[in-house]
Design a binder for this molecule. Structure first.
Ligand code: ATP
Length: 294
């Protein structure tokens, strides 16, 4: 079976700006694929070109192995980064209006169940919380029962609790067998939701793989950090490589248990020790010298 979506050498240029600079990837069916990158990396533009909202400057997009046709728009679901809801309508009325756009839409009951909208169906749109509004947007993207769903920064602006709640709903949607393509500049969101990610910067894909794979590829080992003062042994005599950063000693090791055993043998006070496992933020820093969010 061909990948559900394949993008080859996609380019989008605005007058002087090359927003997307020749990206290529294939997305297998049933996974959550993330485009991760800082603001301005080109994620939204890439998504909008793939969705057919704006035309590409160059490149090819295949859906189920063949170039997209007009039917593509009917078969995908899109949650835009910014959507305005009409204030004078209830959540149920909003869903009903979207249902009328399609021949065989999902039922309101099912949409409410998937996105947990049951208790707010009869509330006015301007009386629901940010998290509830995002869940309504997600339900609107699901009205036509899409097999492929695009989510642009789905949890932007939400508090941590509402984000986690939304993430679990998105996971549930994926577990129903749908393919999800999402953009995010939240490293934790990509780690929690995505089976595969493409890291974008300056319009290009700078690395691709499963989150854990990328971390192992670029940033193996954990970092043990201790106040400098807690180590009495002269630094030159320490049996492991280390560096001093802002009054703390950082030791990077592949084996945290062996590292700790060595520290204990040196009678180091571990009371203020921290252990940092590398994540996608470290991968981005390694690849670009910058943080994802600055
Ligand atoms: P964010 O996380 O902030 O949404 P992004 O990674 O989605 O960022 P894009 O919004 O795709 O990035 O923008 C990529 C680049 O293209 C930016 O430099 C942006 O200013 C530029 N750009 C986007 N849309 C247009 C446009 N309509 N005209 C000109 N330049 C644009």
């Amino acid at each position: 079976m061909p990948p559900i979506l394949e993008v080859n050498n996609l380019v989008k240029r605005y007058r002087t700006v090359t927003a997307v600079d020749g990206i290529s990837f294939a997305i297998p069916r049933g996974i959550c694929f993330g485009l991760l990158g800082p603001n301005g990396a080109g994620k939204t533009t890439a998504l909008e070109v793939i969705e057919g909202i704006i035309p590409p400057t160059e490149g090819e997009i295949l859906f189920n192995g063949t170039p997209k046709t007009e039917a593509f728009q009917q078969e995908i679901g899109i949650q835009f980064q910014h959507t305005s809801l009409l204030n004078f309508m209830t959540v149920r009325e909003t869903l009903l209006i979207f249902q009328r756009l399609y021949q065989a839409p999902e039922s309101i009951e099912r949409l409410a169940e998937i996105c947990n909208l049951g208790e707010i169906l009869d509330k006015m749109n301007d009386r629901i919380s940010g998290g509830q509004a995002q869940r309504l947007m997600l339900a609107l993207a699901l009205v036509n029962r899409p097999k492929l769903l695009f989510l642009d920064e789905p949890s932007a602006g939400l508090d941590p609790q509402a984000r986690r709640y939304l993430w679990d709903i998105i996971r549930g949607i994926k577990n129903e067998g749908r393919t999800i393509v999402l953009t995010t500049h939240f490293m934790d969101e990509a780690e929690y939701l995505c089976d595969e990610i493409a890291i974008m910067d300056h319009g290009r894909v700078i690395s691709r793989g499963a989150p854990a794979e990328l971390v192992n590829r670029y940033c193996a080992g954990v970092t043990i950090s201790l106040p400098r003062a807690s180590v009495r042994t002269p630094l030159a005599e320490l049996p492991f490589s280390h560096r001093e950063v802002n009054g703390r000693l950082e030791i990077t090791t592949d084996r945290v248990d062996a590292g700790l055993a060595q520290l204990l043998a040196l009678k180091v006070d571990l009371a203020e020790m921290t252990v940092h496992s590398p994540n996608l933020e470290d991968v981005f820093l390694h690849l670009t010298g910058r943080k994802l969010r600055e």
